[in-house]
Design a protein around this ligand. Structure first.
Ligand SMILES: Nc1ncnc2c1ncn2[C@@H]1O[C@H](COP(=O)(O)OP(=O)(O)OP(=O)(O)O)[C@@H](O)[C@H]1O
Ligand SMILES: [Mg+2]
Length: 263
């Protein structure tokens, strides 16, 4: 049974994603089991845990990319258990995978158009403008081929592409992987919170666990395929065992402080 880390009472927003007794794995064996988690409206929820604990498998189970053995997933009142790709998109779920997140041979704008594949032409143009408003840097490189973007630009494009369909819920699998500390900090401490402020719910899987908890409204700690601990981001951060027991070396899981500007 998960232990609640929160002594304080915090009212969570109305549930958007409700995952109950979920078990996911590959072929004949489960990797994660008894997963009961939720994401509220415009809530930022982090899932953290050691390498191999099943974080990506959980997200794959939610997006029809791994085998669901048990449980239910409900998105905004719809049963979406084991539902796949475009059907999930239509119901408002967007997924940014850790890799293979953009079409490298297409330009920035072509990638965004691909992301809007369910929309008519006028709506595509409108949504592209919305994405450019959110990520102005993308507008400046709209004709650049995606394979020539930096890691941070590419991740921005991957998020923009998924945002084309105005998802209610965005699943992010380690969005800072491969980014420099500055870009990772910008993504976690500005771009993701800005998205949540705009009304999108986010389920964030992140290696930079301490940073993830700092921005999260609520967090779940996954260990060996089970939720070991849950609570508000602040209450989990306050626990000394989070650093020591669950996350190993703090240095590997925390961004260094922002560099002081040189004069
Ligand atoms: N396609 C697959 N087929 C079989 N087993 C897999 C597959 N993908 C992952 N696994 C196994 O599932 C377990 C959990 O892997 P998963 O990728 O979900 O962990 P993770 O928490 O995302 O780890 P990381 O932090 O390294 O990304 C591991 O033991 C892994 O070997
Ligand atoms: Mg993973």
């Amino acid at each position: 049974m998960p232990i609640s880390a929160a002594d304080e009472v915090k009212v969570r927003p109305e549930t958007l994603l409700d995952v109950a007794d979920f078990a996911v794995g590959y072929r004949t064996s489960t990797v994660v089991e008894n997963i009961t988690i939720g994401v509220g409206r415009a809530e930022l929820v982090a899932v953290i845990g050691p390498n191999g604990s099943g974080k990506s498998t959980l997200l794959k189970g939610l997006t029809g990319r791994a085998k669901v053995f048990a449980g239910h997933v409900n998105l905004d009142g719809d049963d979406v258990t084991a539902m796949r790709g475009d059907r999930l998109c239509r119901r408002g779920l967007g997924f940014v995978p850790q890799t293979k997140d953009v079409f490298g041979t297409l330009s920035v704008e072509e990638n965004l158009k691909m992301g809007g594949y369910l929309l008519d032409r006028k709506a595509v143009d409108e949504q592209i403008e919305n994405v450019y408003e959110l990520f102005p840097a993308l507008k400046l490189m709209s004709t650049r081929t995606a394979s020539r973007l930096s890691g941070g630009e590419r991740k921005m494009l991957a998020m923009g592409r998924v945002l084309m369909l105005s998802p209610k819920l965005l699943l992010l699998d380690e969005p800072t992987a491969g980014l420099s500390p500055d870009l990772a900090r910008h993504l976690l401490h500005e771009q993701v919170p800005n998205l949540v402020a705009s009304g999108v719910s986010v389920l964030l899987v992140e290696q930079k666990a301490l940073d993830a908890l700092r921005i999260a409204d609520y967090g779940y700690v996954l260990v060996s395929g089970h939720v070991q601990l849950e609570g508000t981001g602040a209450s989990l951060l306050a626990r000394p065992d989070i650093r020591e027991v669950f996350l190993g070396s703090a240095a590997a899981d925390e961004l260094p402080p922002a560099a002081l500007e040189s004069t």
